[in-house]
Design a protein around this ligand. Structure first.
Ligand code: XLS
Ligand code: NI
Ligand code: NI
Length: 436
């Protein structure tokens, strides 16, 4: 088998291709519903999993060495950046995402860390120009350091709140400098382990204050992209405040942040919340906060965030149906918040895992487009609610009826017909389109 170093570019080989270092479904320039696949899918590489993670779990250390022959911290970060951009070039990936702590060494103080981050931002900016790659979003890691053991914006310590704010300022500066299209807040440890020791009201209000400060700072400094909250119900805390999309929408509305924030929906977080990925995307879409996606998949038999590369085409199809119906990505994209398994411990596996994920989404996009073009499912849904486009239904939708007028309307009626939902019939159409 060929080695990682031998692969300069992963080409498209078509569905019958057998060379493992090829795409069988993703062809960047192919037009689907009037737009090239690369624009529909906007794939992004996650720095933390791809460039840093070496297979460590709570029972054992690395299975893949990602030090790139360097031992000094800054030199290692630069070597990692060289690897990252080369990898994106091999795969034809146009975007990446990072946490501050992923790309630059952490110093002994905030000032020292910021200096390192700025040095790396300069390095990344040059790489971006050289490779024509863009930053999808940046974020700050406010969960690994022990100072964040009780949260960042929701810490019981005001000093930690201040430190977190300073960290976000620096990460926003770097994101703006790199032309980032978005900035993510994943509330790592923003939650509680027990209600017994927690002032939940204050913590939630502080989180609102924190996001408002960040929004105001970034807008004043020229950030025109989207802010995202990435909902997750639990892990590492027992309960995380950003439980799911619906919870976050309520939080944003209460704190008057809906204008600036959208959702970064992660597949594995959806299932941890007891929802499907499609449900979370639908909730984002119907609430006008569809933004970006952390593309991965979990294992439904396991109760944690396994961050596997997405290969389930049924799920990617449902996902792309939501994306298409939301009008596609604007500032967002598909970030592979996913890592090759601990036992997939070679650089070739990194290519295979991205190829698998990108192909699963390419296939999902094609199937979703086919479902829309076929038209039977959308037409059925439209027809199912037809009673709201005329007569009493239209008047309800237009706000022209009252409870009393509806009483008058319904009081002497004897039949209230409701048509069949035809679930099984529709699911069989889905299968026909997917598998034939
Ligand atoms: C962890 C999250 C994290 C965010 C970025 O579960 O998915 O990786 O995407 O902080
Ligand atoms: Ni994520
Ligand atoms: Ni996650």
């Amino acid at each position: 088998m060929k080695r990682y170093e031998d692969i300069k570019k992963v080409p498209y080989a078509g569905a019958s291709g057998k060379d493992p270092f090829t795409f069988r479904h993703y062809e960047a320039d192919t037009i689907i519903l009037g737009k090239p696949m690369r624009e529909h899918l906007k794939f992004a590489m996650s720095w933390w999993h791809t460039v840093n993670a070496g297979g460590t779990d709570m029972f054992g250390g690395e299975t893949l060495d990602k030090s790139f022959g360097k031992s000094e911290a800054m030199a290692k970060c630069k070597a990692k950046a060289d690897f990252a951009f080369e990898l994106m070039e091999k795969l034809g990936i146009g975007y990446y995402c990072f946490h501050d702590a992923d790309v630059a060494p952490e110093g002994r103080s905030l000032a020292e860390s910021t200096e390192n981050l700025n040095e790396m931002a300069e390095y990344l900016l040059n790489k971006q120009k050289q490779y024509g790659v863009k930053l999808l979003w940046g974020t700050a890691n406010m969960f690994s350091d022990k100072k964040f053991m009780a949260g960042a914006a929701t810490s019981s310590s005001a000093d930690v709140f201040a430190l977190a704010a300073g960290k976000v300022k620096a990460a926003l500066d770097a994101t703006i400098r790199l032309g980032g299209n978005g900035y993510v807040f994943w509330g790592g440890r923003e939650g509680y382990d027990t209600l017994t020791n927690s002032d939940v009201g204050l913590e939630l209000d502080n989180l609102g204050r924190f996001l408002t400060l960040a929004r105001d700072y970034a807008r004043k400094n020229g950030f025109a992209g989207d802010f995202y909250i990435e909902p997750k119900p639990k892990e590492p805390t027992k309960h995380q405040y950003d439980f799911d999309v619906a919870t976050c929408v309520n939080f944003l509305r209460k704190n008057d942040l809906l204008q600036d924030f959208r959702m970064n929906v992660e597949a594995n977080h959806a299932t941890l919340a007891g929802h499907t990925f499609q449900h979370e995307l639908r909730m984002a879409r119907v609430n006008g906060v569809f933004g970006s996606i952390d593309a991965n998949q979990g294992d439904l038999l396991l109760g944690w965030d396994t961050d596997q590369f997405p290969t389930n085409v049924y799920d990617t199809t449902l996902c792309m149906l939501e994306v298409l119906q939301a009008g596609g990505f604007t500032n967002g994209g598909l970030n592979f918040d996913a890592k090759a398994r601990r036992a997939s411990n070679t650089f070739e596996d990194i290519l295979f895992s991205y190829i698998a994920g990108m192909d699963a989404f390419a296939l999902g996009l094609k199937k979703a487009a086919a479902i829309l073009e076929d038209g039977r499912i959308p037409a059925f849904v439209k027809e199912r609610y037809a009673s709201y486009s005329e007569g009493i239904g239209l008047r309800i939708v237009e706000g022209k009826e009252t409870l009393a007028s509806l009483y008058e309307y319904a009081k002497d009626k004897e039949s209230f017909p409701v048509e069949s939902g035809r679930q099984e019939y529709l699911e069989s159409i889905f299968n026909d389109i997917l598998f034939s």
